[in-house]
Design a protein around this ligand. Structure first.
Ligand code: NAG
Ligand code: NAG
Ligand code: NAG
Ligand code: NAG
Length: 393
């Protein structure tokens, strides 16, 4: 005990406590490196009297629930702010607005449930790195974040870490207002698909990490979206890929990427007989699994038979029209004959009508039976009528 006390006394003598004099309780201050560390001290708020020379603030493993603009006054010189593992649940509007030189912000390992749309706004957009790994509490926080990324004016942000957040989907255009992004970490999430527009607005990407997600395949639109990222290095390993005919586009694409993708890590998880086989190694026969190929074959024969039927019908139609054309004179004659015959018949009707409406013949109509009336009309017309067609007598 005495020895310990002596040591402490000696230590204080030998290492002047000058920098610590103006150091907040529970923190260590390093004037030479412009650094302040407050590690695992159960702090409930960000300490207030951090020295003005500080450039690096490391406050981790505490119990700080909420931070806002009041947390960081008089800290103009801070460039790196590490606030990881503090149980921070809420980011208020303009939380970091008083830090005009803040380049790197680490909020990893928190439980952000409420992120104000302008939480990340800083005048002059100095932020270049933002670490939000394992920091989003739930899906609501993700939507909040998407808004904050759009409203934050993060024009200079180059590196964004969103890994370990259980993300199942990314809202389209989520990164559209982060145009300088060069590195995007999305590993250790639950992503199942990339869609057209997922990465819209990102044009300078150098690295995209999609490892350790739930991708089973990349469909044509996803491949197009990845292709849009130009020469960026893309990490796709450690996903549960299903190797089937549907992976064919993906395999072809992998074959074309030439070192831009970690192809050696892209391996089948299923079916069992292909487990751990590299997708790029698969031949068309291996991926072009037997059943779908057959199905495609039958499809093809079906299509062929439809085409054949169409051709035959077309041919028959042509022949019919050709025959009609050859017989055009006969046809003309036939039409004229038919017309004349019909005219005769109509005249016959007309004649009978006159008989019917002739008052002098009224008694005949009334007393005589139908046969008598028929006997008044011409025999030729009767014949035509009985046959039921218009024919010249
Ligand atoms: C920031 O650093 C500069 C130069 O190192 C110094 O003059 C200034 O006083 C510092 N700001 C504060 C608030 O201490
Ligand atoms: C973000 O923080 C986590 C844990 O704190 C760390 O492992 C990771 O490397 C950081 N990301 C980047 C891009 O530095
Ligand atoms: C996310 O968490 C917050 C705070 O606990 C809660 O209000 C919100 O309803 C949760 N959202 C979802 C989708 O569970
Ligand atoms: C991919 O390339 C390998 C060898 O370079 C080849 O054996 C395989 O058939 C190719 N696969 C596809 C789908 O093009």
């Amino acid at each position: 005990m005495c020895i310990f006390a002596a040591c402490v006394f000696l230590g204080v003598l030998l290492f002047p406590p000058y920098p610590c004099l103006e150091c907040p309780f529970g923190c260590e201050c390093f004037a030479a490196t412009h650094t302040v560390k407050c590690v695992s001290k159960d702090l409930l708020i960000v300490p207030q009297n951090i020295p003005g020379y500080t450039r690096n603030v490391i406050i981790t493993g505490n119990n700080i629930h909420q931070i806002g603009p009041e947390s960081f006054t008089e800290l103009q010189n801070v460039t790196n702010l590490i606030l990881s593992n503090n149980r921070i649940a809420e980011l208020a509007s303009h939380t970091f607005a008083a830090l005009p030189y803040l380049r790197s912000l680490d909020l990893s390992g928190n439980q952000l449930a409420l992120i104000h749309p302008e939480a990340l706004s800083i005048p002059g957009s100095p932020l270049q790195e933002l670490n939000l790994s394992r920091s989003l509490h739930n899906f609501t926080a993700l939507t909040d974040l998407a808004t904050a990324l759009r409203w934050g004016g993060l024009w200079g942000l180059k590196r964004l870490d969103l890994s370990g957040n259980h993300l199942a989907l990314l809202s389209p255009g989520m990164f559209s207002q982060v145009p300088s992004l060069k590195q995007l970490f999305l590993r250790n999430n639950a992503l199942v698909a990339v869609y057209a527009g997922t990465f819209s607005g990102i044009n300078q990407l150098e690295m995209l990490d999609l490892t350790h997600n739930n991708f089973e395949a990349f469909k044509a639109d996803a491949l197009q979206e990845l292709e849009r990222l130009g020469s960026a290095q893309i990490f796709l390993g450690h996903n549960p890929y299903t190797c089937s005919c549907e992976s064919r586009d993906f395999v072809t694409w992998l074959n074309k990427t030439k070192g831009r993708v970690d192809v050696d890590m892209v391996r089948c998880a299923s079916p069992e007989e292909l487990a751990d086989v590299r997708l790029q190694r698969l031949t068309v026969q291996a991926v072009g699994c037997v059943v779908p190929v057959l199905a495609e074959g039958t499809d093809l024969t079906l299509q062929t038979s439809y085409v054949f039927l169409g051709v035959v019908l077309g041919f028959v139609g042509m022949v019919f029209l050709f025959v009609l054309y050859l017989n055009r004179n006969g046809m003309k004659k036939w039409i004229i004959e038919t017309r004349d015959a019909c005219r005769d018949v109509l005249e016959g009707y007309h004649y009978r009508y006159e008989i019917d409406s002739d008052p002098r013949l009224g008694h005949i109509t009334k007393t005589a039976d139908v046969k008598d009336i028929q006997s008044l009309s011409t025999p030729s017309d009767q014949g035509a009528l009985q046959k039921g067609s218009c024919k010249r007598s």
